[in-house]
Design a protein around this ligand. Structure first.
Ligand code: 4NP
Length: 165
């Protein structure tokens, strides 16, 4: 059995509304962590750069598409806060707008170094961002889940196979 790490990985997924992509990424990574029994090693959350959906469950279409793959999405939308830049180790932007907004919100250079692009963890896809499915049909939600499953699997492996600090 793999021994638990001394420190937790604290990962915040960020999109615009925090009702489609980032809560789905949170659910996908949590499911991988749960499958491996590594719950104590990870703290996973999500937030949005836009606060208009604060308090809402994920979009019904995303909940439905995710449920069909075995993910139960129960997160409530919340905006990114400056405290997030202290609390989390990795702040993962879904697209370039999220990345730019997060860079603007980062309170220090050190904090800005925590901001990463989710698409940088994709393999076998040429797309460079996780597309916003809000105005897409069902295929858009399936594409987002395909991309997130790929990127979260790679992110997870990159962390758990990294040497202890
Ligand atoms: P998300 O999708 O950023 O993946 O949560 C969106 C949700 C809501 C809106 C846009 C994108 N909106 O314009 O309200």
């Amino acid at each position: 059995m793999t021994p638990p790490r001394m420190t937790q990985y604290k990962i915040l997924f960020v999109c615009l509304g925090n009702i489609c992509r980032s809560p789905a990424a949170q659910g996908v990574l949590q499911s991988i962590v749960d499958r491996d029994g590594r719950q104590e090693d990870f703290m996973i959350d999500s937030a949005g750069t836009y606060s208009g959906h604060q308090g809402e469950l994920p979009d019904r279409r995303m909940r439905s598409a995710a449920a069909a793959r075995g993910y139960s999405l129960t997160h409530r939308s919340r905006p990114v806060s400056s405290l997030d830049f202290l609390e989390f180790d990795i702040i993962m932007a879904m697209d370039d707008n999220n990345y730019t907004d997060l860079m603007r919100l980062a309170p220090s250079v050190e904090a800005s170094r925590k901001i990463k692009r989710m698409a940088d963890y994709l393999t076998g896809h040429s797309i460079t961002y996780i597309p916003d499915p809000y105005y897409m049909g069902r295929d858009g939600f399936e594409l987002v889940l395909d991309l997130l499953e790929n990127a979260c699997g790679n992110l997870y492996r990159s962390l758990v196979s990294a040497p202890e600090q």
